[in-house]
Design a protein around this ligand. Structure first.
Ligand SMILES: Cc1ncc(COP(=O)(O)O)c(C=O)c1O
Length: 341
């Protein structure tokens, strides 16, 4: 039964349902390379949510912007890294709702590519009319946010704060609903036993999916690839707490801690820094399926998906599904990774 979302304020932004597409050529390429048999492979195209380049945050922002408008806000404030996809989608969502946006971007990623601090998402933030404030990576986040909110209030504005990644319980409702959307697509396609794999960072996508699974009581298993934290246990605890809060909002049973499955083999040196496996995954999927991933999230996520397939993790299943959470503008910020300079 789909979740009744009528009790939550919601501002429509996303083109839904997003397509579920079979990746036959990727499967063939992997079989050719290894001689192994693989389950059917699918990609759930949440890069096609439709808002200014798409991506997973659009689903969360429907509820967050809904709450902002219901509370009388005129300005949305959010945060992330310099190349935040979340910040770009928040700027677009605010524009579509007639609100101003302020993006507080922490310069935390020590990537020195020539376009990292000019192009990609940062370029789109400017085009979308956001006020961008770049702050040093080691600044005290709590103090910076309090300062920005006070300043806006003193100027007579009514700001609404969206946490990093839109990962509050309200934002995660977007992925509780997405779980039902995908489960229905799988049922309609006659696919019974499937696993869903995606890149996880601030955790709202994973928490929402887990809450959606608890609400539905049946459907694909959820497994995530950590692209964010060097301490996966701490990350998993945070995601579990958020999944419990989101489940409570939709009156679903609380998830067990074991529901948070995180593969941390693809992080590399740290968040935002490229890995060889990421580059190979981005190029392989582009060249077999014509689908563009990104260097920070979905490229590492897909590298994990492929490594798990090769290790036989999904060999007993009917299907393995990769959730494409967007991020393609990030390719332009990391151009050196893909073209000789
Ligand atoms: C393209 C992309 N994929 C995945 C994620 C991870 O989503 P979450 O922050 O909900 O864990 C993000 C977060 O910014 C993202 O931009």
């Amino acid at each position: 039964m789909p979740i009744s979302l009528d009790t939550f304020a919601r501002f429509p932004l996303a083109h839904l349902p997003t397509p579920l597409v079979e990746m036959k050529r990727l499967r063939e390429a992997l079989s050719r390379e290894t001689g192994h048999k693989f389950p059917r492979l699918f990609i759930k195209r949440d890069d096609c949510t439709g808002l200014a380049g798409g991506g997973n945050k659009t689903r969360k922002l429907e509820f967050l912007i809904g709450e902002a408008i219901a509370g009388g806000a005129d300005t949305v404030v959010t945060t992330g890294a310099v190349q935040s996809n979340h910040a770009r989608q928040t700027a677009a969502a605010a524009a579509a709702a007639g609100l101003a946006s302020v993006l507080v971007l922490f310069d935390t990623v020590p990537y020195q590519g020539r376009s990292y601090r000019r192009s990609g998402n940062l370029l789109l933030d400017a085009v979308l009319g956001a006020e961008v404030r770049i702050v040093p990576g080691d600044a005290d986040a709590g103090a910076v946010f309090a300062g920005v909110m006070d300043e806006l209030r003193a100027a007579g504005r009514t700001p609404y704060f969206v946490p990093v990644g839109g990962s509050s319980a309200v934002g995660s409702l977007g992925y509780a609903a997405a779980y039902h959307e995908l489960a229905i697509q799988l049922e309609d396609a006659g696919i019974g036993d499937a696993a869903l794999i995606h890149a996880s960072s601030s955790g709202g996508t994973q928490a929402g999916l887990i809450a959606g699974a608890c609400h539905r009581g049946r459907g694909p298993e959820i497994r995530a690839v950590n692209v964010y934290r060097a301490d996966p246990d701490h990350m998993a605890q945070g995601i579990h707490a958020l999944a419990c809060k989101t489940a409570a909002l939709i009156e679903a049973p609380a998830p067990a801690p074991g529901a948070v499955v995180l593969d941390s083999d693809q992080l590399g040196e740290r968040y935002g820094l490229p890995t060889d496996a990421m580059r190979r995954a981005v190029e392989l999927v582009a060249r077999t399926e014509g689908v563009l991933l990104d260097p920070v999230y979905t490229g590492k996520g897909m590298a994990g998906f492929i490594a798990q397939l090769l290790a036989g993790v999904y060999s007993q299943r009917d299907a393995a599904i990769f959730l494409h959470t967007g991020g393609m503008p990030g390719l332009f910020a990391y151009e050196e990774e893909f073209v000789a300079s």
